[in-house]
Design a binder for this molecule. Sequence first.
Ligand SMILES: Nc1ncnc2c1ncn2[C@@H]1O[C@H](COP(=O)(O)OP(=O)(O)O)[C@@H](O)[C@H]1O
Ligand SMILES: [Mg+2]
Length: 291
Amino acid sequence: MVPLGVFVIRFTRAIVAVFVAALLVSPLGAQAPPTPLALSAQAAVPAQPQLTLAEKELFLQKAKIVRTRSASKGVTNTVRATLTDGVITHDASIQTIDEFMTEFRGNRGTELNFRDSWRYNVAAYRLDQLLDLDMTPPSVERKYNGKPGAFTWWVDDVLMDEEERYKKKHSAPSPGEWNRQMWMVRLFDQLIANVDRNLGNLIIDKSWTIWMIDHSRAFRLFDKIKAPDNLAGCDREVFERLKALDLPSLQAAMKDYLTTSEMKAMLARRTDIVARLEQKGEAAFFNRGAR
Ligand SMILES: Nc1ncnc2c1ncn2[C@@H]1O[C@H](COP(=O)(O)OP(=O)(O)O)[C@@H](O)[C@H]1O
Ligand SMILES: [Mg+2]
């Protein structure tokens, strides 16, 4: 039961949000018409120590798997596993897919030289770290049932995914910050040439922080970005780090996960993105909120 006062505040915020919503139309950037949030309470879980990213990576690499089940959504047969090191218990998503097809017919058309690989999950996380984006959960290489794969930290306190938010027309409490997050998602997808940003691959946590998951169909080899209209803007600090990316820094971070051609193509797209944003001028830059 939501207390009346809180309901009134939320409802008032929602009314404000609808005016902002009118400016935006597509699901990946949209603030859908607001509805009062009636979100289920999270199940009570024992308090767990806060871990640094390095500690989360180590946990994913070393913790014992105590339970597995198949993920409730998705197409690459990921496994949701519960891991424990005796102190911390947390879930991970395990993805072992590593496929190559000269021709792939998907619901977005036909793709030549199609690759779907767990490696790209690790590469995307490492790139996210190089840019200090902090929008993808930690992802590390680890064997599962004898096969190499990616173990990715299960996002804490999931509220819903973007597909559900869009369908149920929930509005973020801060539309401005929501849009700044979405603009970073769009930029990242152009940079990594992600051909699979379906709405189930964006997870929203209870602070309305957006997490990008599932990058197994990315890092394509084209030099120019495919959807320049998707570039709306960029956080100023991330933009500086984007400009500073070079082959040695990428190689040091991800040579085991991307080929040199994949890295060079990404750098070419980076150059394309930087030129387009600079052309837009100062209006394209903002300072996003702390995560
Ligand atoms: N790290 C994660 N945190 C929370 N939920 C996740 C995570 N990874 C996967 N999921 C959930 O599992 C589903 C399937 O995983 P995903 O990595 O998207 O694989 P697929 O390639 O099969 O789409 C996702 O849509 C999401 O609901
Ligand atoms: Mg997916």
